[in-house]
Design a binder for this molecule. Sequence first.
Ligand code: KG4
Ligand code: ZN
Length: 355
Amino acid sequence: MDILAIETSCDETAAAVVTDGHDVRSNVVSSQIDVHRVTGGVVPEVAARLQLETIVPVVEKALADAQADWTSIDAIAVTAGPGLVGSLIVGLETAKALALAKDKPLIPVNHLAGHLYACLLPRHSREGGNRSRAATDPRVKPEDDGFSFPYLGMVVSGGHTEFVLMRGHHDFELVGSTRDDAAGEAFDKVGKLLGLPYPAGPEISKLAERGDPKAYAFPRAMLDQDNFDVSFSGLKTAVRQTVEGKELSKQGLADVCASFEAAVVDALVTKAVRAVRATKPAAVLLGGGVAANRRLRESLTAKLDVPALLTPPEFATDNAAMIGIAAYWMRDGALSGDARFAVPADPSLGLSATR
Ligand code: KG4
Ligand code: ZN
């Protein structure tokens, strides 16, 4: 089954062709980062306008790269939420128009589910080479479809930080989340304080490599609370108070980055370990842009006593391949006829609503 997937939830315009939920035949991502760097963050109206300018060539390139034509496409998948409403609408309405013009079923997908399905990715994908799930999860036999529910899903992105129990395909229960900033948002805000370019996550983690994670004792909020929630706003304030009015040396900057990163990672991993103890999943899925963070990947893998299925770093930040993979596992719910046109863009779509 060939799915054309479209993802426009924030500041990436993305399209992909995915076969049978694992073979990523094309994966085109057009980023607006250079534009948003100038303003130090995403301006929603600007993001939506750029989505509109880019969506058609991106879809065309995804089809061309996959050497697919419309006769071979079986369904169109698209992110319906959560995200910036103006950005979401561009992808969703494009998908609806294509579904009508080419007479294809439509599969609306939750962006956060996409991030989690990216962890269950490519056995045979071009993008992922030979990176096989069987290689990361010893209990997975190559001949089965490779799923061993329940999973504990961690979505750690610029907009969300959530722990969810995934009991089956598209069957999610929220077990914990951030009380304030998302982890990626904390990286981006702290980066702004430090004068680093947007998005600051990759910059901070690069600088942190040369820093001392113990140089500053930044707070790890809510660790004493018996829940699976996290909070990063106090951490951001602590970093601000540390650096305000100070001229940081190169080493000082690296130390702040390393100490900040260590605090975020500690909080996330501590709560993940506790959530694993409570929910007893077969494995933990780590998805979302912050899943590209090396320290988080290493710490999670080291501290868990169940396998950690980490998104391949190239699929961690927003892309449409993950939407095509997630869509395959809800293909029975594909919409046809007029039902396709009733799907709303939902900026605050929750994970458990995707079932
Ligand atoms: O999933 P994503 O592309 O977009 C959302 O759905 O939000 O995540 C983007 C976020 C940004 O906040 C970015 O700073 C963060 O992911 N990020 C990282 C790294 N790479 C991206 N944060 C920490 N370390 C990284 N290596
Ligand atoms: Zn995302």
